[in-house]
Design a protein around this ligand. Structure first.
Ligand code: NAP
Ligand code: F7E
Length: 383
């Protein structure tokens, strides 16, 4: 029986990959972080919680990662763990670099010492392309990251390539474009929209507050993308592969479609707030998937319209179950209201910056002069 270790098994991709590999007969190990409240709702929701083997480990703690590799002794390892929310990487750039970037070197070093022959997968991302001029991005497109998250991921991507070249390790990367599902975290725009639309359609709330509606993304269906990364590790040689649908849609397209699926006019409910804009935005992404199609025979099946419908249907179903008093594994009730959270982009923070004299250069100069004058007068040397 083949053994696999999945870091980040509690996340969207980790849970789908675990399900896929269990179906393929693998013994599945996964790392999880100890949190004050357990976070296994995705594994429970997919009906695989009792079938996976869980190892406590944090990417920031190298000893625990070494332990997880020793205990599981895997044939394949998929490094899916990361601080994956782009906005929060702007809030915590140093932590992001350590978890999303540097930790990958620690993991590769661990493998180099313990088992350089196992197959390693690194979760790279289309965010690494940032703002490029090409209408399609492929494995050959130069990177131009536009967030601390993308910079950390690019470091991890290069170090994986370096270990492959330098030590002959089987280290593969998948440059995955956005992929969504009902298991997506609620802070990402796709699920924020489908969950919000579900609530609005049931009369539970009357607005959906968003940021930039004009950025464009290449959105695919997450379970299919896990099949793609599985195929990558069945190859004889390591490589880098783009995984995408080849289509692009704006956030506004997503919004319009989601509201139309429940028979509502989006204009009546959508509000825009600057707090959801990023300090730097990636405007346009569209992946060229010809390499993976040709080499691995993988291609996307679910259309954009089907994806949005799958997510809306599931979020409506969950809210109906909730209203019926049923209990089931689910994340929505655990999330705090967004209006409670003050981020760097929040109104409170922007106002504080504008009114804070110490952040205003001309005020700093005036203040310094004033202080100096009074001090000099006091000691009798003021000119
Ligand atoms: P996700 O739902 O946010 O899951 C991230 C996982 O990483 C969670 O299990 C999380 O654990 C774990 N994690 C975070 N910090 C950790 C730490 N310090 N130590 C150990 N584990 C930690 O992300 P996803 O959508 O499944 O994405 C999987 C991977 O693919 C990520 O590396 C992401 O950056 C990358 N990626 C995603 C997309 C996409 O569109 N989804 C596209 C390209 C690349 P907790 O549950 O405890 O938080
Ligand atoms: O934003 C815009 C936002 O947070 C998509 C991660 O999985 O995919 C994901 O990164 C777009 C951006 O995903 C809101 O400005 C508007 O242009 O859903 P997102 P992302 O940043 O593309 C890549 C491939 C990854 O690797 C990442 O790990 O939507 N947008 N209004 C908004 N975004 C959010 N989150 N919330 C809004 O209210």
């Amino acid at each position: 029986m083949k053994k696999v270790l999945i870091t980040g098994i509690t996340g969207q991709d980790g849970s789908y990959l675990a399900k896929l590999l269990l179906e393929k007969g693998y013994k599945v190990y996964g790392t999880f972080r100890r949190t004050s409240t357990p976070n296994f709702w995705r594994l429970q929701s997919l009906g695989i919680y009792s079938k996976v083997h869980l190892i406590p480990a944090d990417l920031l703690d190298m000893g625990s990662m070494i332990e997880s590799v020793k205990v599981s002794d895997p044939d394949e390892i998929y490094n899916l763990a990361a601080a994956s929310f782009v906005s929060s990487a702007f809030e915590q750039p140093v932590g992001n670099a350590e978890i999303t970037g540097l930790a990958v070197t620690k993991l590769l070093e661990t493998l180099r010492f313990l088992n350089p022959n196992l197959k390693f997968y690194q979760a790279s991302t289309s965010e690494m392309f940032g703002n490029v001029n090409s209408s399609f991005q492929s494995e050959k497109t130069p990177f131009n990251p536009a967030s601390p998250y993308a910079a950390s991921k690019l470091y991890a991507h290069w170090i994986t390539n370096i270990y492959r070249e330098a030590y002959g390790m089987f280290a593969t990367t998948g440059i995955l474009f956005n992929h969504e599902s009902p298991m997506r975290g609620l802070e990402f725009v796709s699920r924020k929209i489908t969950n919000g639309v579900a609530e609005i359609s049931l009369g539970l709330k009357d607005e959906l507050v968003l940021g930039n509606l004009h950025s464009k993304r290449d959105w695919g269906y997450a379970p299919e993308y896990m099949e793609a990364i599985y195929l990558m590790l069945q190859e004889d040689k390591p490589d880098n592969f783009v995984v995408s649908t080849g289509e692009t849609h704006s956030v506004l397209d997503f919004v319009k479609l989601a509201f139309s699926l429940v028979g509502l006019d989006w204009k009546k409910f959508v509000k825009i707030d600057k707090r959801f804009f990023r300090p730097l935005e990636v405007n346009y992404l569209r992946g060229d998937n010809s390499k993976i199609k040709k080499k691995l025979g993988w291609k996307p099946k679910t259309t954009f319209e089907e994806l949005v419908k799958i997510m809306i249907d599931e979020d409506v179903r969950r809210w109906k179950l909730f209203l019926d008093g049923k209990s089931f594994p689910w994340d929505a009730p655990l999330y705090p209201s967004e209006s409670k959270i003050i981020t760097r982009q929040s109104k409170e923070n922007r106002e504080a910056s504008e009114s804070n004299n110490y952040l205003n250069r001309s005020n700093i100069r005036k203040k310094t002069r004033k202080v100096n004058h009074s001090y000099l007068k006091k000691i009798g040397t003021d000119l």
